[in-house]
Each structure stands twice: as C-alpha cells, then as structure tokens.
Design a protein around this ligand. Structure first.
Ligand SMILES: Cc1cc2nc3c(=O)[nH]c(=O)nc-3n(C[C@H](O)[C@H](O)[C@H](O)COP(=O)(O)O)c2cc1C
Length: 189
C-alpha cells in the first residue's frame, strides 16, 4: 500500500474556503492519508525539520496543496521548502532522500483561467510561473505529475463568487486530485 502525504501550505486555513474544503474532503475520502497543516503545526513559522523530513521519507506520494500567492507558494510553504529540502537530504552529496517519490502540485488561484495567457492580465501561462517548483522536483529527482489547478477560487463578498460556488469547485478539485492519486498509486504499484 503506497503512503500518501499531503502538505498544506495555506497560512490561515480558518479563513480559507477552497483549500480547507479540499483538505477536508481528501481526509474524508482517502484511507490512511496523512495531512500536515503547516499553519496549525507552525503558527510561528519555526519548522520542525526533522519531523518534516521523517514524514517525507515515509511517504511514496507527496501532494503540495496551496493557494497561489503572488504567482508562487505562500511564504509558509516556501519556508518549509527552504528548511526541509536541505543539502544532504534533498540534493547534493547523499541528498537523494526524495528520489523517485511522486510529487503532485495541487493549487487554487484567484485569477480566472483566461487571465493566465499572453493576452490576459496575468500575462504568463501557469506552466511558466511554476517552473521553480518544477525544477525543484527535477533537482531532487522526484517524479513530477501534471498539476491539479482550480482557477477563479477567490471569494469577495458581494463582488466575486459565492461560498457555495467555491465549495462546489473545491469538491470537483478534490475529485480530480483523488482520481490522480488513484492513477499514481496504480502506476507506482
Ligand atoms: C497574499 C495573496 C496573494 C495572492 N496572489 C495571487 C496570485 O498571484 N494569483 C492569483 O491568481 N490569485 C492570488 N491570490 C488569490 C488566492 O490564490 C485565492 O484567494 C485562493 O486560491 C483561494 O483559496 P482559499 O479559499 O483556500 O484561501 C492571492 C491571495 C492572497 C491573499
């Protein structure tokens, strides 16, 4: 049985609609998935590197679940990467502890899909913007799968979206993620 680990990089899940729903559904629908909510584990951003490296080493499939913040991961998840993907662990001499582990980026954006286009207000396709994360996977010798992305997930009361609409899209996102996880589990044997 392959071991699944989900790292939640949302800095404040108590005010989240999309990521909170996705995480709750993943926990509800998948047996034995381990979810680490970095916001509640590390409210002061002091990451327990040993504990995080231990969970990564025990996992076969790792999901990074986060909202897109300034075209990147939230600072909490970036700090987690900076601290945990260290020399000798994730890269460099003997740094092969993530080698052949499966990685899935699963994230939500506020901007609509068409904004991530040369002619849109976000100008660049998402595939361009996530290149630093892609290269992180390549350097650490992880097996990177296509990302699961849901666009237009920001809720602004009376202006943009409704809580029910976001929850519906978040439910669809969790279903896509679960299908992907099942596929990767089959491939990983
Ligand atoms: C600090 C901050 C930065 C953001 N930057 C982006 C961005 O670069 N691109 C984008 O499409 N949405 C951006 N958003 C919108 C969030 O991605 C969106 O609100 C989030 O995915 C919704 O998920 P949640 O309900 O779990 O918070 C940003 C939101 C915040 C608070």
């Amino acid at each position: 049985m392959k071991k699944l680990l989900v790292i939640s990089g949302h800095p404040k899940l108590e005010v989240s609609l999309a990521n909170k729903t996705i995480l709750n559904l993943i926990e509800e629908k998948i047996d034995n998935v381990k979810v680490r909510r970095l916001d509640s584990l590390y409210p002061g951003y002091q990451i327990d590197v040993e504990a995080e490296q231990h969970s990564l080493q025990s996992a076969d499939i790792i999901v990074l679940q986060f909202p897109l913040y300034w075209y990147s991961t939230p600072a909490l998840l970036k700090k987690w990467l900076d601290d945990v993907f260290s020399y000798g662990f994730a890269y460099g001499a003997d740094g092969d502890k993530l080698k052949n582990k499966n990685l899935i980026l699963s994230f939500t954006t506020g901007g609509p899909e068409q904004s991530y286009d040369t002619l849109g207000y976000n100008h660049f396709p998402i595939s361009e913007l996530i290149k630093p994360l892609k290269q992180t996977a390549y350097l650490t010798q992880m097996i990177l799968h296509p990302p699961i992305i849901s666009h237009n997930m920001a809720y602004v009361e009376g202006v943009r979206n409704t809580p029910a609409g976001i929850e519906k899209k978040a439910t669809e996102h969790s279903q896509s993620l679960i299908s992907k996880l099942n596929e990767v589990m089959l491939l990983a044997g």
